[in-house]
Design a protein around this ligand. Structure first.
Ligand SMILES: O=C(O)c1cc(=O)[nH]c(=O)n1[C@@H]1O[C@H](COP(=O)(O)O)[C@@H](O)[C@H]1O
Length: 274
């Protein structure tokens, strides 16, 4: 199955557009796990077990593992997700972007070392920095387009006088992902839930690619507006929430609390489909 087929299957099976983001931060760990970087795997595995039937995807953020020398725990976590939730695709959030020869190594890291189904990429260095990921058959790549953070517009909102129609930079990225860059048909775009008007604009320019939409939950994005702006029957959206779910409780009931919050968010997204 290609990445997009995996997304469609998981959306159907779990009736969900929700992606649970795995951003393990030991100082925020609950109860007896608090402060212990050796427990990153245990913490994330509990969240995965509690939410595996509620999600369209999982999205581990690699920095939260690498900063604690916990890459081995990330490898174990990837295997764990495969075991307990084989129907759920895994997006490795690494936001890579480098010249082709280095990108080849990053692609091997994401798809072979960690066995991810898709990766997040910065398109800033151009097509030759994206192409090595597309050679991995059936694997997905989400290009940063209009990100959820306040500074996103600093560059993404600049007008490109040199391009026909003078689009904003993020609009140009959306067109490239829908058209000439999408050689393997598995490209997607990252658009923040904090900017629903821009989600709508990206959808108009890129009607069929999957959208990864972070920013609901801790960043305050509007889940209903997000679904209305981005969801199409034939084009998946993957709405990510990390901290609001992982840290729904700071007690030993954290996994149950994560399940409750994930259920609430999943149901809200489903209801917004209308
Ligand atoms: O690519 C991403 O996942 C991403 C893009 C973006 O525009 N904004 C954004 O917040 N993210 C990631 O999505 C997650 C959001 O986490 P919460 O704000 O805790 O839900 C983090 O892992 C971010 O690195």
């Amino acid at each position: 199955m290609t990445f997009i087929e995996q997304l469609r299957a998981a959306e159907r099976q779990n009736r969900s557009l929700l992606c649970v983001g795995l951003d393990p931060e030991p100082t925020r760990f609950p109860g007896r796990l608090k402060g212990d970087a050796n427990k990153i795997y245990d913490f994330c595995a509990r969240i995965v077990d509690a939410t595996a039937d509620l999600v369209i995807a999982f999205k581990p953020q690699i920095a939260y593992f690498a900063s604690h020398r916990a890459e081995g725990q990330l490898e174990r976590l990837m295997e764990h997700i495969r075991r307990v939730a084989p129907q759920v695709p895994i997006i490795l959030d690494a936001k890579r972007g480098d010249i082709g020869s280095t990108a080849e190594q990053y692609a091997l890291e994401a798809f072979e070392r960690y066995g991810a189904d898709a990766v997040t990429l910065s398109p800033f260095m151009g097509f030759d920095s994206v192409a090595p990921y597309l050679k991995h058959e059936g694997k997905g790549a989400f290009l940063l387009c209009r990100t959820s953070n306040p500074g996103g517009a600093d560059l993404q909102g600049q007008r490109l006088a040199s391009v026909e129609g003078e689009p904003l930079l993020y609009e140009h990225v959306a067109r490239l992902a829908q058209g000439p860059w999408n050689l393997n048909g598995q490209l997607g775009l990252v658009v923040g839930a904090t900017y629903p008007a821009e989600i709508e604009r990206v959808r108009a320019l890129a009607p069929t690619v999957p959208l990864l939409i972070p920013g609901v939950g801790a960043q305050g994005g509007d889940a209903v507006a997000t679904v209305r702006a981005g969801w199409r029957e034939d084009a998946p959206i993957v709405v990510n929430s990390s901290r609001a779910i992982c840290y729904a409780s700071d007690g030993d009931d954290f996994a149950e609390a994560a399940r409750r919050e994930a259920t609430r968010t999943r149901d809200g997204l489903e209801a917004a489909k209308g």
